[in-house]
Design a protein around this ligand. Sequence first.
Ligand SMILES: *Cc1c(COP(=O)(O)O)cnc(C)c1O
Length: 375
Amino acid sequence: MPYKVPFVDVPAHFLSLQEEILKTVTSVLMKGNLILRDELRAFERNIAAFVGTEYAVGVNSGSDALHLTLRALRIGQGDEVISVSHTCVATISAIVHAGATPVLVDVAEDFTMDMSKVEEAITPRTRAVMPVHLNGRACDMRRLADIARQHELIIVEDAAQALGAEFDRRKVGSFGVAGCFSLYPFKMLGAFGDGGIITTNDRRIAREVAVLRDYGEDRETGEVLCFGFNSRLDNLQAAILNVKLKHFDTWIRRRRSIAEFYREGLADLPQLKLPHFPGDQYGDVYMNYAVRAEQRNDLVAYLKRNGIEPLTPLSLITPVHRHKALGLDHVSLPMTEAIAKEFLYLPICPELSDGQIKQVVSCIRAFYRDQSASA
Ligand SMILES: *Cc1c(COP(=O)(O)O)cnc(C)c1O
């Protein structure tokens, strides 16, 4: 049985753009523009302009955006990079693949890096810090910039979940030396497949990532500058993303209005902590509406039985440092572990109707009403 309220609705998303997308796909295919062509360059310019940086370079995933950026910065063997455990494991894999050592700190109530924990994690080997703007909310970039300046650390932003999110009215991806975005289908701006992009004001980094993504070759001279990778963003995906980007602000507004709807419908329930946090310097885009709930697992099962599909990604329910095979189990991160036991994501994709959001609200209310009646 399909869900009455699915977590994401790919057909509905496609149908809302069908005509524009099919026209674009036809035009790109008729031109034969498949690899590193005009559509990709246009998308790179569009993202740079949107984020507010000089350059953007498309790659084939958010994972590679992080990995290739670290390589371009010559961060590797012997270097430590501070990040968080409550994140997609790809954040930490990128650090390890670059040859560096991840140092994990705890998150705060708002699911992002706890800035009061960063300084105690700094050692003489620390080169960089990788804040993760999780769930579409920026980290406290003012505080982090201060720390980074004092200790001469490089900031590389993992903005995979936060295209469009702001701090101090500036878009994430424009604070660090580079910002790394994922274009995975279910991120803020999704391709119909994998993709990623980095943003930067540093010409050298932009150029170096462009070389690394393309076998290490300088396309113009044919000279091979290093042993590179194949990590290009598909030209066809870029063409589709250019179409989607025109609608992006509307989608962000829709996410924000669904978040408000949830706030109005659920704020009085003592069993829930909703993701509305203080600080008017933040411009959240709600990639995930991440709630902390009492009896989380029962609530998730109840929602599913009632045709509603929340998400509790298995790899986050066990935080990165608790995955035995990774060998990072020597730290204690109390907030990360508390959140792992309690969080779930409510459906918030822009295609959902007000009626569907209402169903989610009533179903959650019914669950806790039943619980207190039977207690
Ligand atoms: C999705 C994600 C990544 C990885 O991006 P991919 O495009 O899937 O490789 C990295 N970091 C975070 C926080 C993510 O959510």
